[in-house]
Design a protein around this ligand. Structure first.
Ligand SMILES: Cc1ncc(COP(=O)(O)O)c(C=O)c1O
Length: 389
């Protein structure tokens, strides 16, 4: 017996199959984690604290002002926004040589940033190399831009060595390399010698090297940003987003820093006026309040470190994390653990790696309920684990 919803889904998929769709899209599922409203939503690495009231006020006021001019197209150079982003990044990473506004490009989330980069530097007959397990959108950007995707390899503990990264780049000669640091889903950060080695190894194939630092603000003390390596490296791109540390996932603002000519290349592929006046206004107001918005980063890092330490005490295998989430293994069955947590109102992420799950570090209360629920699950599974916990 099928339900009416299942019947209607089947009919839609038959109708989709009848469309003259690109062959490589047939049978594919759209990207997207479950969007469920439950008390603790810890599955997509958002900041779970609300946007502070004074920042809501400031964003509302700036958007209100922008609304009076919505009859006009927005500033397609988003000049004021680029200036604020350059200023913010230079301060956040204590850069010796401050970035100029010309080195900045922005788009609707860092997903669109990546799409621009692929459109300009990858494409038919060109290839892109990244190192799974990593952000699962990378192969999809490749598919969307008709680029070949090459899955590189990392060490068993998910780290990457300069030698191995350089050797794989020399072997594959990709046009674009993506390093994700801290890496999603494992939380692993890269040392700068890995980025330097990737850049040097990419000299032969003139590879553009992207360091995706979507979670950069959560890095452990002493972990540097690849922004420091930008001077003199015109094929290097550092990508960031306001979706994570800025608590602005709904605002859709991603950005990058690179040589000014990289931004010129991306101007060739962006759609006209791709950043709406409303987006620009909201992001500018948020940047004016970056300190207030970022106040929760330290609290989130504390919960992240607490998760790593308590999961270890439970006998699980949490990976060290420089991000706002923790990836952990050692589960008997990740699907039943995920389901148990969901039944307790806690949504975390099954990233498709057996015996592993990923959880976002939320507020102290959310973290406590996650840890308690998981502890109960482990105790029910194995009374010996309960004695240990
Ligand atoms: C590593 C990484 N890069 C990029 C993104 C895209 O973020 P956004 O498009 O919201 O900026 C994400 C989102 O989770 C991510 O994990």
């Amino acid at each position: 017996m099928t339900t009416p919803q299942e019947d209607s889904k089947k009919q839609r998929s038959q109708k989709l199959a009848a469309l003259p769709l690109r062959e490589e899209l047939r049978g594919q599922e759209p990207y997207g984690a479950p969007q469920l409203t439950v008390p603790a939503m810890l599955n997509v690495n958002e900041t779970t604290y609300d946007v502070p009231a004074d920042v809501v006020e400031a964003i509302t006021e700036q958007v209100r002002r922008a609304a009076t001019e919505l009859n006009r197209y927005p500033d397609r150079e988003f000049t004021a926004l680029r200036e604020k982003l350059a200023h913010y990044l230079s301060r956040e990473s204590s850069l010796e040589a401050p970035l100029s506004a010309e080195s900045i490009w922005a788009a609707n989330g860092s997903n669109e940033i990546m799409q621009h980069i692929f459109q300009a530097f990858a494409g038919p007959g060109r290839s892109v190399l990244s190192f799974p397990p990593t952000y699962s959108m990378y192969p999809l950007y490749a598919r969307g831009t008709y680029s070949d995707y090459i899955a590189g390899e990392r060490e068993e503990d998910f780290t990457q060595s300069p030698e191995s990264v350089a050797q794989q780049i020399r072997a594959h000669r990709p046009n674009v390399v993506i390093l994700c640091s801290p890496n999603n889903p494992t939380g692993t950060a890269l040392s700068l010698d890995v980025v330097e080695a990737a850049y040097e190894a990419g000299e032969d194939s003139q590879a553009m090297v992207i360091v995706d630092e979507a979670y950069g603000e959560f890095r452990q003390q002493g972990t540097p940003s690849a922004l420091e390596l930008l001077p003199g490296r015109e094929r290097l791109i550092v990508s960031r987003t306001m979706s994570k540390a800025f608590a602005l996932a709904g605002g859709r603002l991603g950005y990058l820093a690179a040589a000014p000519e990289v931004a010129d290349a991306l101007r060739l592929v962006r759609l006209p006026y791709h950043l709406s006046a409303v987006t620009q206004a909201a992001a500018e107001a948020a940047l004016d309040h970056s300190q207030a918005l970022m106040a929760n980063v330290e609290r989130i890092k504390t919960q992240r470190d607490r998760i790593v330490s308590e999961l270890g005490e439970m006998g699980l295998d949490p990976k060290p994390s420089d991000a706002n989430f923790v990836f952990f293994g050692g589960l008997q069955d990740e699907k039943t653990a995920w389901q148990h947590l969901l039944e307790d109102g806690i949504l975390i992420r099954d990233v498709g790696i057996p015996r592993h799950l990923r959880v976002t570090a939320g507020t102290e209360e959310e973290t406590t309920s996650f840890l308690e629920s998981l502890r109960q699950h482990l105790a029910a599974e194995s009374p010996r684990a309960a004695a240990r916990g």
